[in-house]
Design a protein around this ligand. Structure first.
Ligand code: ZN
Length: 524
């Protein structure tokens, strides 16, 4: 007897091949049959007539690696149809660290997660298990380069010594052996911003040895995108490691219209033999800490240094930069404060123009004030991309989709401020976008399932085939759409009907079940 039969749906198998009518049977966590009419008995039969039966969506750029410690429901992802997430991105994890410097990683993890900061990926997984923490989606973990560097050398703004490089390599070796999938870079943030090519290559060697992936929040995502890409290519040339450009974009107004150039840059590199892949999210706004708007030199040594510099004679250099970036009303309106987490509530939910009017300060002075008042712990949303550029990149058939979001609760009162709608809507939004652009369902599903699995080298998920793990998302292809907006992000998408993870229902008839089915997926 089967556990479940999904009866009467249209199978969109995630490979891009034509959809077909079939029943899908699940037993013991696996897909055991796909056929026109299955006659065997099942413990539960779900009528999916008129719906698309697809592989579970893979969120290839996720920050859910800590959010599940606070809330195992992972509602914002489950309601989108996400079943697996590649987490620990942008250089940020709460492991690893040399045992004799644990304060470094505790400091990096921040007060909320101090107790889970660990000396290794394995130690972190042990803590999760020992404390009975559950997650709803499957998590694949990268090792954050920022964490690794901070663990070994704190926020020191200098080149790593050969001994420190060796220490970082050893920690990475050990965590790759424990099943981490690769390394994530956050070169726009401290302490990643203080690293150089030699350091990246040294770590690339380790990742290459395990056939892992290096995902990169690049040093610059605006004017200097070409040199930032070059830095990534060089890792591949020197080590052979697979490199992956995260949340690719043409950021900042003066770069709007450059998406074709950036896309061509990556295409040329691929043609020249560089193993480089890409992801992006379908929104024109980014979300990050307030110091992302600061000049890079000012965050060298950590965001605490940015604050110290704002209080020193270097202040005018930062202010000159900010005056330049915030000249017009629309410049100020394009950046708003999501939350200061109680540190400076006056700023919550306001854009920089609004706030500057209220405070009677220039916009640059306003930025400095919010940064100091919040000790730079302030999340912002920045409308830094053009729709034309985002559309152009989204249309690239070999680009995967990642939310850059985390698993969050759907109730407004359980959240801090108004997080970016990408946390709640990325995948339904992409499917809606594709439908409106006349892209076939087979192709759009492939982009968020089979292609992502290929990029990751994930062989037992990402497509619907007999024998594979039963991670399945059932949705209405005609109506599937995101509902989350910047004003009201806390909205369930439309059209996501059932989600199966590891063979059991995480979402049934549009409602999340009480099962927490997620597992760590470890690299073998
Ligand atoms: Zn990032």
């Amino acid at each position: 007897m089967y556990d479940y039969i999904l009866r009467g749906g249209t199978v969109v198998d995630g490979t891009g091949s034509p959809a077909f009518q079939a029943d899908v049977a699940i037993k013991d966590g696996r897909i055991v049959d796909i056929a026109a009419t299955l006659v065997g008995a099942a413990k539960q039969i779900v009528d999916v007539t008129g719906l698309a039966v697809a592989p579970g969506f893979i969120d290839i750029h996720s920050h859910s690696d800590t959010s599940f410690l606070l809330d195992g429901r992972c509602e914002s992802k489950i309601y989108q149809g996400v079943t697996t997430e590649l987490a620990g991105q942008c250089g940020s994890t709460i492991y690893p660290c040399p045992k004799d410097r644990m304060d470094n990683i505790r400091n990096f993890a921040g007060s909320v997660f101090t107790g889970f900061a660990s000396d290794s990926f394995q130690a972190f997984m042990n803590k999760v298990q020992a404390q009975g923490k559950k997650m709803s989606t499957n998590l694949i973990s990268l090792i954050g380069h920022g964490a690794l560097r901070c663990g070994v050398m704190g926020f020191e703004d200098r080149k790593a010594t050969p001994e420190e490089l060796k220490e970082m390599q050893e920690l990475l070796h050990r965590d790759m052996q424990a099943g981490a999938w690769g390394l994530s870079l956050g070169l726009g943030y401290a302490p990643g911003v203080s690293s150089d090519q030699e350091e990246l290559n040294a770590l690339g060697e380790v990742v290459a040895k395990y056939d892992g992936i290096i995902t990169s929040h690049m040093r610059d995502q605006g004017s200097n995108t070409p040199s930032s890409l070059e830095e990534m290519y060089e890792i591949n040339r020197k080590t052979g490691a697979h490199i992956h450009i995260a949340h690719f974009k043409a950021s900042e107004k003066n770069n709007w219209g450059r998406a074709p150039e950036f896309v061509q840059n990556v295409a040329a590199a691929r043609e020249a033999g560089i193993n480089v892949t890409v992801d992006l999210y379908p929104y024109t706004a980014a979300s990050s800490g307030i110091t992302t708007s600061f000049p890079k030199w000012s965050i060298q040594g950590g965001t605490d240094m940015a604050i110290a510099r704002l209080k020193s004679e270097e202040r005018h250099r930062i202010m000159d930069f900010l005056e330049d970036a915030f000249q017009t009303k629309s410049d100020g309106e394009s950046l708003y404060v999501v939350t200061t987490e109680g540190r400076y509530p006056t700023a919550d939910g306001k854009n920089i123009w609004e706030l500057s009017q209220e405070l009677g300060l220039s916009m640059a002075e306003t930025m400095a004030k919010v940064t100091i008042e919040t000790e730079a712990r302030c999340t912002c949303i920045s409308f830094c991309m053009s729709e034309g550029d985002v559309d152009y990149m989204l249309a690239q058939k070999n680009y995967t989709i990642g939310s850059d979001g985390r698993g969050l609760p759907l109730a407004a009162e359980e959240n801090k401020g108004k997080p970016h709608p990408r946390n709640f809507g990325t995948f339904p939004r992409f499917l809606r976008w594709a439908r409106e652009k006349g892209i076939s369902l087979e192709e759009s599903v492939y982009r968020i399932t089979g292609l992502s699995a290929d990029v990751l080298g994930l062989t037992d998920r990402g497509t619907l085939r007999i024998g594979l793990v039963a991670d399945i998302t059932v949705f209405d292809p005609v109506n599937v759409a995101d509902k989350a907006t910047y004003v009201d992000p806390f909205q369930k998408p439309e059209g996501i009907k059932h989600v199966f993870i590891n063979g059991h229902p995480a979402l049934l008839y549009g409602q999340q079940t009480d099962k927490r089915l997620g597992q760590f997926i470890l690299k073998k």
